[in-house]
Design a protein around this ligand. Structure first.
Ligand SMILES: Cc1ncc(COP(=O)(O)O)c(C=O)c1O
Length: 397
């Protein structure tokens, strides 16, 4: 049993973040709105006003026009809409999808499903840090139907050169989707700035974000979509949101998301340096206590709250469980299929063995993290490692 009833030390902000009180307040206030934002009566128009105000506020933070913000249910839906939408609206004679090897499963699985529809995958290798090789990316673009890439890797924390990827796509006249879900709130994001003067329907045309990564509720996100993008709808029905995402709009979710976006942006620089200082203390402290531990990912170009560590010979799942018993929530970063942890495809794309890919832990710090959380990990890690590597050798024998 866990030492205390509740989770004391939440270090899994990359999975989801605690709700911000201001976002909860905005959600509750907006949830009093009765009308459907598509109705023409006064109640509908009140809802509409609040919705459009939230869209404007979101657009101001994301560096796009309000009409370019398509609210969705979160990152996975946004990515599906972008990748499937660009594929189904592709130019005649183009079949290739350019995708790096260390993308999130929402992208990987969407692209894999399109292979059955005749898509041809042009994979792009990543470096040992998980950084996308920008020149290999550019080399695969000519004649492709679309390209997609992460701005920041959600496991390794490595931040890619998004401006280089966007200008390569613009130069090749290929539409590009960027997954900004894990970058949001940490990396300065301007859709307009990244798009630059790309030709119509090419270069950066779509960017995915999710509210629950920055303290908004789970269930709201957005796909920023250039006016000139050629994108087929995934959900059909009403004509809401430029016909790209049919369905009654979530006014309260949009209001909460807009507030969270503004706060995350206002706090970004100070919060990034606070997180980085704590993260560095965590990494240094772990390496003093477990000298075998190795920090993966790029040491400099990385999300400030991310510590992605390899614990050689230990089973990541066992470490996770032992830390959980000490009231510390972390992640292995990899997906769980039918209760069995899969080795992380991201770690393997970084050139590591399957065994290494089962021996990683991701600590992700965020708004509610404090030095207490770091102290708790440092107090527990050496014992957890010796126990988890014991079970690791037992399993291997
Ligand atoms: C980089 C990245 N893309 C996509 C997703 C999926 O987003 P959501 O959980 O909002 O569906 C996540 C969530 O972990 C993510 O980190």
């Amino acid at each position: 049993m866990r030492e205390s009833g509740g989770m004391q030390h939440y270090l899994d902000h990359a999975a989801t973040t605690p709700l911000r009180p201001e976002a909860r307040g905005a959600w509750l206030a907006a949830s009093e709105t009765v009308g459907n934002a598509s109705s023409t009566h006064g109640a509908g128009q009140d809802a509409r006003r609040l919705l459009e105000e939230s869209r404007e506020r979101a657009a101001a933070v994301l560096g796009c026009d309000p009409i370019e913000v398509v609210f969705t249910s979160g990152g996975t839906e946004s990515i599906n809409l972008a990748v499937q939408g660009l594929w189904h609206a592709r130019a005649a004679g183009t079949d290739a999808i350019v995708m790096p090897d260390a993308e999130h499963h929402a992208t990987v699985d969407t692209v894999e499903a399109l292979l059955a529809d005749g898509a041809i995958l042009r994979p792009v290798p990543v470096r040992p840090t998980a950084a996308i090789d920008a020149s290999a990316f550019a080399a695969r673009l000519p004649g492709a139907a679309l390209a997609t890439a992460l701005i920041a890797n959600n496991e390794a924390g490595t931040i890619n050169d998004a401006p280089a990827l966007a200008s390569a796509a613009a130069a090749a006249r290929v539409p590009l989707h960027l997954d900004a879900v894990s970058a949001l709130g940490h990396v300065p994001l301007s859709f307009r700035g990244l798009r630059g003067d790309a030709p119509d329907a090419a270069g950066l045309v779509a960017m995915s974000v999710a509210g629950h990564k920055i303290g908004a509720p789970v269930g709201v996100g957005a796909l920023v979509t250039a006016r000139t993008a050629r994108l087929a709808a995934m959900l059909r029905g009403g004509a809401q949101q430029r016909g790209l995402r049919a369905g009654t709009q979530d006014v309260a979710g949009a209001a909460a998301f807009a507030v969270a976006l503004e706060l995350a942006e206002a706090e970004r620089e100070a919060e990034n340096s606070r997180l980085q200082t704590m993260r560095d203390r965590l990494v240094d402290g772990i390496r003093q206590r477990v000298p075998q531990a190795e920090l993966l990912g790029d040491p400099r170009e990385r999300l400030p709250g991310n510590a992605h560590l390899l614990f050689p010979g230990a089973v990541g799942e066992s470490l996770l469980f032992l830390l959980d018993m000490a009231g510390i929530a972390v992640s292995t970063g990899s997906a769980c299929q039918a209760g069995v942890a899969e080795p992380s495809h991201v770690v393997m794309a970084m050139g590591r063995s399957e065994q290494d890919a089962r021996s990683v832990l991701r600590f992700s710090l965020g708004r509610t993290s404090s030095d207490d959380d770091i102290d708790a990990v440092l107090a527990a890690i050496a014992d957890a490692y010796s126990r988890a590597s014991g079970s690791g050798s037992a399993e291997r024998s």
